[in-house]
Write a protein that binds this ligand. Structure first.
Ligand SMILES: *Cc1c(COP(=O)(O)O)cnc(C)c1O
Length: 390
C-alpha cells in the first residue's frame, strides 16, 4: 500500500496521441499553398512509398481502412448471400464492410492467448456459401497465416487481411497484407502512422488494383484525377457506380513523412512495451503473450486483462480509476456479439464466442504511442498500480 498517494498526472495523457513532427506540418502547408489539396502527385508518391516499404505489387490509397475493406469486398466479386468469415474480436468496421457489400458476416471465436482468430473454429464454419476469410492481425500480432492460407487455397476462398493494427507486422519473413488478395491498412489518428483519416489497400493483381482505383473515385475510368492537371484535359468515363473514397494530397503529405519514421516509432513502442511487461509481470493482471518466433509484432496495442477475482477491481472501475489519474485508456474491443445491431440482425450471442466475450469484458489498452516520454510511461505504470490498489 502507498502511504503517500501519488498525485494524478497534471495534464491528461490522451490515449493514442500521434507523434507529429515539423516535416509533415511543412509538407501540408506546402500542399495548401500549391492549391492542390485533393488526390494528386503526393497521393501517388505515398502509394509508391508504401508499396516499396511493404514490398507489395500494387497499392491504392483511400480515405480510411473502412473504405479499404469495403472496396476489397466489392473487388472480390462477392454476391449477395455469400459468406465471409471474420473474428469476433475486432472493430465494428471489419464486420460492417462485409455487410455493406451485401455478403453475410460469419464470426469465429479467438484464441485466448493471442486474441487472434481461432483457425480451428474457422475451419468448422466453412460452408458451400463461404467465399472469403477476413482475419485481423490483432494488436499487431500476426494471425496463423499458414493455416489460413491453406484453408483459402483448399476451399478457393478470397483472403483479405485487416491490417489496421499491422503496418509493421511480419509472419515467417512475409509482410502482413501480402498473403492473399487484399491487405487493408489504416492511418487513423491512433494507428502506428497517421494521416488524420486515411487508408491503403495492397492488391496482388493488377486488374484488382485498377478496379479498386475506379471504385474509389466515383467509378470513373483510370487516372481521372489527372483531368485537372497540366497534361491537358482528358475526358473520363463512368464505368461503375463508384464511391468517394479517394485520399487527399493533404493526407498523403502527412503520411509520406510519417512513413519515414515508421522504424523509429516501432522501436520506441517496443521499448515501452518491454517496460510495461517488466512493471506488470508481478501484478494480478494478465499481460500480452510474447511475440511468436519468426514473426514481427507491430506493437500497436498494449492490452492487459483485468482479473477481478485476483485484484478485487472490476474492469470498468479500473478504467474509471485510470481516467481519474489523468491517463487515457481504451477498450479494444467489446466482442462483436455484445452490440445490439448484430444481436438483432444475426442472432449472435456473446456466450457463443466465450474467448472473445471474456477478453472483451476484461481488456484495457494502455497508452503506447511513440510520443510518450519516459516520465509519461512511469506515470502510466504508477496509475496502473494505484488503480489496482497495489
Ligand atoms: C481502426 C480499425 C479499422 C478502421 O480503420 P479506419 O481507418 O478508421 O476506417 C478497421 N479495423 C480495425 C481492426 C481497426 O482497428
Amino acid at each position: 500500500m502507498q502511504d503517500d498517494p501519488i498525485r494524478p498526472k497534471e495534464k491528461f495523457l490522451m490515449f493514442g496521441a500521434p507523434a507529429i513532427e515539423d516535416d509533415e506540418i511543412e509538407e501540408v502547408v506546402a500542399s495548401m499553398k500549391s492549391g492542390w489539396l485533393g488526390t494528386g502527385p503526393k497521393t501517388a508518391r505515398f502509394e509508391d512509398d508504401f508499396k516499396s516499404y511493404k514490398g507489395a505489387r500494387h497499392a491504392v490509397a483511400v480515405n480510411s481502412c473502412t473504405a479499404a475493406l469495403h472496396l476489397s469486398m466489392l473487388a472480390s466479386g462477392l454476391q449477395p448471400g455469400d459468406e465471409v468469415i471474420t473474428t469476433a474480436m475486432t472493430f465494428c468496421a471489419t464486420v460492417n464492410a462485409i455487410i455493406h457489400s451485401k455478403a453475410v458476416p460469419v464470426i469465429a471465436d479467438i484464441d485466448p492467448a493471442t486474441m487472434n482468430i481461432d483457425c480451428a473454429h474457422v475451419e468448422k464454419l466453412i460452408t458451400k456459401k463461404t467465399r472469403a476469410i477476413l482475419p485481423v492481425h490483432f494488436a499487431g500480432r500476426p494471425c496463423d497465416m499458414d493455416a489460413l492460407s491453406a484453408m483459402c487455397e483448399k476451399h478457393r476462398l478470397k483472403l483479405i487481411e485487416d491490417c489496421a493494427h499491422a503496418i509493421e507486422t511480419r509472419y515467417k519473413g512475409r509482410e502482413a497484407g501480402t498473403f492473399g488478395d487484399f491487405g487493408c491498412f489504416s492511418f487513423y489518428v491512433t494507428k502506428n502512422i497517421v494521416t488524420g483519416e486515411g487508408g491503403m489497400i495492397l492488391a496482388s493483381r493488377e486488374e484488382d488494383a485498377a478496379c479498386l482505383k475506379t471504385l474509389a473515385l466515383h467509378g470513373m475510368s483510370k487516372d481521372a484525377w489527372k483531368r485537372f492537371g497540366d497534361e491537358g484535359f482528358k475526358h473520363y468515363q463512368v464505368v461503375e457506380a463508384g464511391f468517394k473514397y479517394n485520399m487527399m494530397d493533404i493526407q498523403a503529405a502527412i503520411g509520406i513523412h510519417q512513413l519515414k519514421r515508421i522504424g523509429k516509432y516501432w522501436e520506441r513502442r517496443r521499448e515501452i512495451w518491454n517496460r510495461y511487461n517488466d512493471a506488470f509481470s508481478s501484478l494480478p493482471v494478465e499481460i500480452p503473450a510474447d511475440p511468436e518466433p519468426d514473426t514481427r509484432h507491430a506493437y500497436h496495442l498494449y492490452t492487459i486483462l483485468i482479473n477481478e477475482n485476483a485484484s478485487g477491481v472490476s474492469r470498468d472501475s479500473f478504467l474509471n480509476a485510470m481516467t481519474a489519474e489523468n491517463i487515457g485508456v481504451g477498450v479494444h474491443y467489446m466482442s462483436i456479439p455484445e452490440h445490439p445491431f448484430y444481436q438483432k440482425t444475426y442472432g449472435w450471442k456473446p456466450e457463443d464466442y466465450p474467448a472473445a466475450m471474456s477478453a472483451g469484458r476484461r481488456t484495457v489498452s494502455l497508452p503506447l504511442s511513440a510520443k510518450l516520454t519516459d516520465s509519461d510511461v512511469e506515470d502510466v505504470i504508477a496509475a496502473v498500480r494505484k488503480s489496482l490498489k497495489m
